[in-house]
Design a protein around this ligand. Structure first.
Ligand code: ATP
Ligand code: MG
Length: 463
């Protein structure tokens, strides 16, 4: 195993350990240990200690660290390490869970082993004493009472203890199982998987914000299709994203090898792993099942499914309390995903298309990346279609770089000049005139000069 931390990081953590818990131990726990063993980049450093939260705050402040009491009642204090937030949680045992969301009481003053026992999956229930973190042999010093390391090697997510009980305590855990399966490309161990359907009633109680957060991580993982298949098989999809159900088994036409659901999964995997792309991938064809029609030759069509998918995406993401910015980008991607610019298009048609993207604040590169993913997801050898797409994107880029008159502000004559030429005082007519001029300039960019525009104003006045 390689060293866990860079020298500067090790020094910082060493200082924190000195200040905080020279006598009480401080251990790296949860996700960071898991990711270190997987040799994945470490996300947050989550630390655990036998000290009580109040004591953590006092000592950290005395040591000159700034401290934010983020979740005192659950024993969590956030300490800033040179701008890097580190969560320090006091070892705790969880009392009874009554609401399926959080324990009624938490008990401090327990051992590290008890603390690990309340954690969700064995691969998340390992700890590494901080003083061992600099040892090149750190992996031999793991505290691993639940066999997390063996499960990690077998690439398995297994609940700590009895999965039926653990999923009865907290309805978020089944979704986390699917999320980690997608993030890590792991399988969910059979007993753990079988415990999900009987606990859907508890899962139902999870706050939508948490569902959105976990779903976003699932979608942005390295194996999102795995996570989505798990959601579908266990009934979790029906619980939170029921409107996606009709995609499963919805047959398409000769352009597709897959049904709508399988196509969707393939598209998501082919897209860049960021939230807007992946959510748009999930939702872009969700309106197909309700848009299907069959023509006289028996061919299936999905006319105008972009609109249906957009409506559905907006409703679904709003329900999950997604940010407005994410919704806007997803809607733009969904709205324009069916456009296929073609070599037969004139330059003006291309510029008109670019204007539509601009109106929705969708950068050409984002549209192009989405379309590439959509093509790859059709399941046939798409080399030709892809090459055509790349050529069109290059042409669109060139046209975009050369063209300068996207809005009325870009016209070679401003509103005052136009009003003077038309010999009228400004009013709603001016917007109509500018629209007309922009349309002319879109057809022929050379027309964006004061002289040419003045001539056009004259023509417009006569009409
Ligand atoms: P990441 O931060 O990469 O998303 P993580 O494993 O660090 O993954 P967090 O949500 O940060 O996940 O939680 C930190 C640790 O707390 C987990 O590794 C796990 O041990 C424990 N944990 C988190 N949520 C739960 C839960 N709902 N039930 C039981 N244990 C949990
Ligand atoms: Mg974490």
């Amino acid at each position: 195993m390689t060293r866990l931390f860079a020298d500067s990081e090790a020094q910082l953590l060493g200082k924190l350990g000195q200040v905080l818990a020279p006598d009480h131990g401080l251990a790296l726990v949860g996700g960071a240990v898991r990711d270190a063993l997987l040799e994945r980049p470490l996300g947050d450093w989550d630390l655990a200690t036998a000290l009580r939260p109040e004591e953590v705050m006092t000592r950290a402040r005395q040591g000159g660290f700034s401290v934010i009491p983020t979740g005192l009642q659950h024993g969590t204090v956030m300490v800033m390490l040179e701008g890097r937030p580190v969560e320090i949680t006091s070892y705790r045992g969880d009392g009874d869970y009554r609401d399926g969301r959080r324990p009624e009481v938490v008990r401090f003053g327990v051992t590290l082993e008890e603390d690990l026992a309340r954690r969700d999956f064995t691969v998340n229930a390992m700890a590494l004493p901080l003083e061992a973190a600099n040892d090149p042999d750190w992996a031999t010093r793991l505290v691993d009472p639940w066999g997390g390391r063996a499960d990690l090697e077998a690439r398995l997510l297994r609940a700590v203890g009895d999965p039926l009980q653990r999923f009865a305590e907290d309805g978020l855990r089944p979704l986390r199982a699917c999320r980690f399966a997608a993030q890590l490309d792991f399988e969910v161990e059979a007993g753990t998987l079988a415990a999900i359907p009987p606990r859907l009633d508890v899962a139902r109680k999870v706050a939508v914000e948490r569902v959105f957060q976990e779903m976003t991580k699932l979608l942005c993982g390295q194996a999102p299709a795995r996570g989505l298949r798990l959601l579908e098989r266990t009934g979790l999809l029906d619980l939170w994203l029921a409107e996606l159900g009709p995609m499963v088994g919805c047959l398409q036409n000769r352009h597709h090898r897959f049904d709508v659901w399988e196509h969707t999964l393939a598209v998501i995997e082919a897209l860049p792993a960021d939230p807007a792309m992946r959510w748009a991938g999930l939702l872009h064809d969700a309106g197909k099942p309700m848009s299907v029609s069959v023509d006289a030759k028996g061919e299936r069509h999905f006319y105008n499914h972009e609109t249906r998918s957009g409506d559905l995406a907006e409703a679904l993401l709003s329900r999950l309390r997604s940010s407005r910015a994410l919704i806007q980008e997803v809607l733009a991607l969904v709205r324009h995903h069916g456009q296929h610019p073609d070599p037969a298009w004139s330059d003006a048609a291309c510029r008109r298309f670019l204007t539509r993207l601009k109106r929705d604040e969708l950068p050409l590169a984002r549209w192009a990346a989405f379309r590439r993913g959509d093509l790859l997801g059709k399941g046939f050898d798409r080399a030709e279609a892809l090459a055509l797409h790349e050529r069109m994107v290059t042409r669109l880029e060139t046209l975009q770089a050369r063209f300068t008159a996207w809005t009325a502000k870009d016209l070679a004559l401003d509103g005052h000049a136009l009003a003077a030429l038309a010999q009228r005082s400004p009013g709603p007519w001016l917007g109509r005139l500018q629209g007309f001029l922009l349309e002319q300039v879109l057809e022929d960019p050379h027309l964006n000069t004061p002289e040419a525009l003045a001539r056009l104003v004259g023509e417009w006045g006569r009409e």
